[in-house]
Design a protein around this ligand. Structure first.
Ligand code: NDP
Length: 453
């Protein structure tokens, strides 16, 4: 019997109008799940799909704060608690002016399956605000974080919901958020991950998403008996995920030629080496400058300021072997995907969440590229957050080496689970179906076991 997910998709779109990113994420997952529904009639009977697209809880709140000019500013805060079927809600906080309910819901939905793939006991959630930390003083960021947490603290906790960082939320913001949480609750508990290593954070949490992404991609190359040695790579973004993706790629012998931010991108044909990467880290993490400064320091590189991306993004139009989108959602459209294919790219692994539009994904699959969807490839960050929770629970700090070994094991396991589930359930045999199906079955089964909640 063939079970169509079309009516459930239509009803999700109707119930959540104007939420294009959420529709996109649900469609992408359901297209894979459709292939297994006839093997699991219980999932239909118990309305698992209908329940999964309805968040368990959405909190939306006002965040007032006073800027350096003593002007009152009002932002909107969110926490989408999507699923606690297999553990406490877990997922990052994003501070970016583009944040809205649709983006929060797509990220929370994706997070449910990603967290399931890690094999750790983590439910899925996501939160954030339309606050833009760019150009704000440390004091303004602190005031905002304190006001944001003055509401959020009611909804989170080490066994309830454990947020982490995402775009615009790094070590500085987690520090301010944790400080306020601790003050309001009068408890020093692991209610946030990504903390400083001196106060409950795990070694390797900042590196985890980028390192994990490259570990996963290395497993993919191995299936074709290849490695990163001598491969040319395109990387977008220049924040947390991009920086540590580049670091691990360099360690494995690859050459990286691009980085970007929302003002433009650099192309360095000589390769971004370790020294240049250190410059980028200092520029982005401490001076909070723009990527254009790279050109001032390394004049051989090209800098393209605010390139016209209305039809395609020129960053993706360079000859390369591998591509790692590490900036934001929908940064690769069909033309970008076509350019990547035309320029010889064999592997695309997603550091950012949902960076490729569905038509681009279809093209990669049709052309037989090694293509890793975000929920599998970038799960290293949440995995090490899960390890941070374990360390907090036992009040023991693991060594850097131990965390790295665990991260490598987890990424390798996600790779093999994705391959196995694709082979078992999908004739297409790709990482998209494999990851979606593997992540889904565990959550669906837990929902059925726990009754109608
Ligand atoms: P950061 O804030 O550290 O860096 C984000 C980078 O992407 C910056 O270079 C930023 O440029 C650029 N960027 C953000 N939004 C846009 C936009 N709309 N257009 C162009 N460029 C943009 O974030 P992360 O590195 O943490 O996150 C990057 C991606 O990785 C996101 O999709 C996130 O969801 C995903 N991710 C992150 C994880 C983590 O552990 N941090 C875990 C799993 C996924 P600018 O500075 O100009 O804004």
């Amino acid at each position: 019997m063939f079970v169509s997910i079309e009516p459930i998709l239509n009803s999700t779109v109707q119930k959540n109008p104007y939420e294009a990113e959420f529709h996109q994420a649900v469609t992408e997952v359901f297209r894979s799940i459709e292939k297994v529904m006839d093997s699991f009639p219980d999932f239909i009977y118990h309305k698992v799909l209908e329940r999964m697209t309805e968040p368990e809880r959405v909190v939306m709140f006002r965040v007032p704060w006073v800027d350096e000019n003593e002007q009152l500013q009002i932002n909107r805060g969110y926490r989408v608690e999507m699923s606690s079927a297999i553990g406490p809600y877990k997922g990052g906080l994003r501070f970016h002016p583009s944040v809205n309910l649709s983006i929060m819901k797509f990220l929370a939905f994706e997070q449910v399956f990603k967290n399931s793939l890690t094999s750790l006991s983590l439910g899925g959630g996501k939160g954030g605000s339309d606050f833009d930390p760019k150009g704000k003083s440390d004091l303004e960021v602190m005031r905002f974080c304190q006001s944001f947490m003055s509401e959020l603290y009611r909804h989170i906790g080490e066994t309830t919901d454990v947020p982490a960082g995402d775009i615009g939320v790094g070590g500085r913001e987690i520090g301010y958020l944790f400080g306020q949480y601790k003050r309001l609750k009068n408890q020093f508990t692991g209610a946030l991950t990504g903390k400083g290593t001196g106060w409950g954070g795990s070694f390797l949490r900042p590196e985890a998403t980028g390192y994990g992404l490259v570990y996963f991609a290395a497993r993919m190359l191995e299936t074709r008996e290849e490695s990163f040695e001598g491969k040319t790579c395109l990387v977008s973004g220049s924040g947390n995920v991009a920086q540590f993706t580049v670091e691990k790629l360099l360690e494995l012998g690859a050459k990286v030629v691009t980085l970007s931010d929302s003002s433009g991108y650099i192309f360095d044909g000589d390769g971004i080496d370790r020294e240049k990467l250190e410059f980028v880290k200092e520029l982005k993490n401490f001076r909070r400058g723009r990527i254009g400064e790279y050109k001032e320091k390394y004049p051989n590189a090209e800098y393209h300021h605010n390139p016209d991306v209305s039809e395609y993004n020129p960053l993706w139009n360079h000859a390369a072997d591998c591509a790692f989108p590490c900036a934001t959602q929908n940064e690769i459209n069909l033309t970008d995907a076509q350019n990547l294919v035309n320029n010889g790219v064999q592997l695309v692994a997603e550091g950012a969440n949902m960076p490729t539009r569905i038509e681009g994904v279809d093209l990669f699959l049709e052309k037989g590229l090694l293509y890793a969807p975000a929920k599998a490839a970038n799960a290293g960050g949440v995995a090490v957050s899960g390890l941070e929770m374990a360390q907090n629970g036992s009040r023991i700090a693991w060594s850097r080496q131990k965390v790295d070994d665990e991260l490598l094991k987890i990424m390798t396991r996600i790779h093999s689970m994705s391959v196995e589930h694709a082979e078992r359930y999908s004739e297409a045999h790709n990482y998209v179906d494999g990851a979606n199906i593997a992540g889904f079955i565990k959550v669906a089964q837990a929902m059925i076991d726990q009754g109608y909640v």
